[in-house]
Design a protein around this ligand. Structure first.
Ligand code: ADP
Ligand code: MG
Length: 251
């Protein structure tokens, strides 16, 4: 059974039916890419997995979303615990206007139970090492996070998630503001991170999906048209609409 499984998942923004009967299963410790044209529901789907859509007025979600076998749509679900377990990285890196150090220990300060200075230092070192920023930043941990380059900011946002020990990383077009070199380095980081985390990435960059994902799903107008092994999706799609998209006939 998958790490994350959706069963007959529907999402409506008011009258607008944004996700239509999505049935998908994400394997643990793999990278799954969700591709499809703008507006097809990729970000909406990603936000289901940590219940971020709950913050939007008039949203209705039906069906089941099982993470480790538990339905996270359950109204009794502990959302703070869920969002620690399932962290999200956005298109534009959004560090807090605080020091590098304080960005990383932010979650621990809010939710933790009074970690000592040594423990916090350990969290900062481990998290920055995980995103390969430690050597670069260890001598300026108290500089503002806003002084970093875009790539460093995005790595820092990933480090900030890792600090709260998630299981699942959701990445919504995490490289869309980065140049090709920085993108390649973030992709390298993702390959590294998948040994420890289940990763789901939304991208409109098909080359990126083909390069880094193990499995891929193609969405169109709120429907999951096709899902499977990435090589198979890109070399022998079963659905004509997937083939049209990956060969650039629309989108
Ligand atoms: N907060 C919202 N309220 C109403 N409609 C929304 C909202 N967010 C997204 N939508 C609509 O849902 C559809 C899917 O959006 P989205 O998930 O952002 O697509 P993608 O990430 O694939 O570009 C689009 O038609 C979009 O206009
Ligand atoms: Mg989107």
């Amino acid at each position: 059974m998958g790490k994350i499984v959706t069963k007959h998942l529907h999402l409506r923004y008011g009258d607008f039916h944004a996700l239509k009967d999505v049935n998908i299963s994400f394997e643990p410790k793999k990278i799954t890419a969700i591709i499809g044209p703008s507006g097809c529901g990729k970000s909406t789907l990603l936000r289901v997995f940590n219940r971020m859509n709950d913050l939007i007025e008039g949203v209705r979600v039906d069906g089941e979303v099982l993470i480790d076998g538990r339905n996270i749509l359950d109204p009794l679900m502990d959302l703070v615990a869920l969002r620690k377990k399932v962290g999200m990285v956005f298109q534009r890196p959004n560090p807090f206007p605080l020091s590098i150090y304080e960005n990383i220990v932010f979650g621990e300060r809010i939710h933790g139970d009074g970690a000592s200075r040594d423990e916090l230092d350990g969290i900062v070192e481990h998290s920055l090492k995980s995103v390969l920023l430690w050597d670069e930043l260890k001598d300026k941990l108290h500089a503002s996070a806003l002084s970093l380059s875009l790539e460093q900011k995005q790595r820092l946002c990933i480090a900030r998630l890792i600090a709260v020990k998630p299981d699942v990383l959701l990445m919504d077009e995490p490289c869309s503001t980065l140049d090709p070199q920085a993108t390649a380095r973030i992709e390298e980081l993702m390959r590294e991170l998948k040994h420890s985390y289940t990763i789901m990435i939304v991208t409109h960059n098909m080359q990126q999906a083909a390069r880094i994902s193990d499995d891929a799903g193609f969405m169109l107008l709120g429907e999951l048209i096709e899902f499977g092994n990435t090589v198979q999706i890109f070399t022998a799609p079963q659905d004509r609409r997937t083939e049209d998209y990956i060969t650039g006939r629309y989108g």
